[in-house]
Design a protein around this ligand. Structure first.
Ligand SMILES: Cc1cc2nc3c(=O)[nH]c(=O)nc-3n(C[C@H](O)[C@H](O)[C@H](O)COP(=O)(O)OP(=O)(O)OC[C@H]3O[C@@H](n4cnc5c(N)ncnc54)[C@H](O)[C@@H]3O)c2cc1C
Length: 382
């Protein structure tokens, strides 16, 4: 009998947040986390940044311990919805009262390139860092956030770097062509051999890093017949299509009341906050998750912060001015869709981004002109 046992699959930050959320409500029953990795929950963001620079020691990556039973190296391979049980790879079974899937995402693998470097787990970062320690040149496939961050870390360590990108500019899908071109110049000014619009796969050495995006880990849910669509589909409370089964974090595509749209985000803070919200909902404190997703990226001395749901946009306006590659005063680009603000990216401009976050969450209508005008106080608008 499971009693009121909550079983959480995945040992990442969303699982960590969910336990915190449950306990905040006073939930005193059993919570069991089943995680495939051999490590307790840790922060992944430093793995492509300061961990590679030897600036963050390993022990600092780990999240604070939680009031839950944490079972490591346990892979869940099957969910029996009728019996309310999960089956583990080692043959064990565990009954649940409520089940939370926080299975995260995994790097997209290049067909035939399974032996190359990928970056998701601590052991991947260790392998990549060992390569950087040798000082040998690094090749990177993909100029998304991970590719750009690793390229920056490698250059800061004096390692020669070549980046191959299929699109015309790095991070083009998020930043658009102009800002993407600006970021490309930032990397070139730091000595990255950035090759864009690459149409044919280059021949990559054994130690190349492949960073061409991620896929949500939905297979477990899908095999049980739970509805998945570019992620495990959940409502504002984190409920899946199956009774008593929830999902949170990178694996979940949740309905966001802020954007009137389902969104899936891959941000550390959102995974944590979403986990907290869903944990609370499991305990009966049902409040829709209506926070504006936010994340950051560090490249050289630039701090990029993004707020929004990553939805398509048709117009960008800029407050401030992108400077020369090595001299960047703060600026923020706002992204609008059909005249409505849907996101913003700030460079060394965390203040504007936090104001924009409040603006998005308040759902106040703003014009492109107000956003572009540095004399308009966004805090007051929100
Ligand atoms: C290198 C790197 C840098 C990043 N940098 C930033 C950044 O600067 N800013 C930012 O906001 N975000 C960043 N992110 C994204 C952020 O780390 C993720 O959004 C966050 O880790 C998601 O947490 P999660 O718990 O949903 O998933 P995960 O962290 O992926 O955890 C899921 C866990 O579930 C386990 N699992 C999966 N399936 C099973 C199963 N069947 N049985 C048992 N266990 C299972 C996985 O092994 C994994 O340990 C970065 C990510 C990476 C990889």
């Amino acid at each position: 009998m499971a009693g009121r046992r909550v079983v959480v699959v995945g040992g990442g930050v969303a699982a960590h947040g969910a336990v915190a959320g449950l306990r905040q409500t006073g939930f005193r029953d059993e919570v069991v986390i089943l995680g495939r990795e051999g490590e307790p929950p840790y922060e992944r963001p430093p793995l492509s940044k300061r961990y590679l620079l030897h600036e963050v020691p390993r022990h600092q990556l780990f999240l604070p311990p939680l009031e839950a039973e944490l079972l490591l190296r346990r892979e869940v391979v099957w969910i029996d919805l009728d019996r309310h049980e999960v089956h583990l790879a080692n043959g064990e079974r565990l009954a649940y009262w409520r089940l939370l899937l926080a299975t995260g995402a995994r790097p997209r693998v290049l067909p035939g390139g399974e032996h190359l470097l990928y970056l998701r787990e601590l052991r991947d970062a260790d392998r990549l860092r060992r390569h950087l320690d040798t000082g040998r040149p690094l090749e990177v496939l993909g100029a998304g956030f991970i590719g750009c961050e690793v390229a920056a870390a490698a250059r800061l360590r004096g390692v020669p770097v070549t980046v191959h990108e299929a699109l015309d500019q790095p991070l083009r899908r998020v930043l658009g062509p102009e800002l993407g071109a600006w970021l490309g110049e930032v990397h070139r000014a730091r000595g990255v051999d950035l090759r864009t619009a690459v149409r044919e796969l280059p021949s990559l050495g054994q130690e190349a890093l492949v960073a061409i995006g991620t896929d949500p880990n939905v297979e477990l849910a899908a095999a049980a017949g739970i509805h998945c669509e570019a992620g495990i589909a959940v409502d504002e409370l984190g409920r899946t299509s199956a009774p008593d089964v929830y999902a949170a974090g990178d694996c979940a595509r949740f309905r966001s009341p802020l954007f009137d749209s389902p969104i899936r985000v891959e941000h550390f803070q959102t995974a944590h906050r979403h986990g907290i919200s869903v944990g609370r909902a499991i305990a009966g404190y049902e409040r829709p998750f209506a926070e504006a997703p936010w994340f950051w990226s560090d490249q050289y001395d630039l701090n990029l912060q993004y707020v929004g749901g990553g939805l398509p946009w048709d117009r960008a306006v800029i407050r401030g001015r992108p400077g020369a590659p090595r001299l960047t005063p703060p600026f923020t680009a706002f992204f609008l869709r059909l005249g409505r603000l849907v996101g913003a990216l700030g460079v060394n401009d965390g203040r504007t981004i936090s104001q924009c976050r409040r603006l998005l969450e308040s759902r106040v209508a703003v014009t492109a002109r107000q956003l572009a005008d540095p004399l308009v106080d966004l805090k007051r608008l929100a």
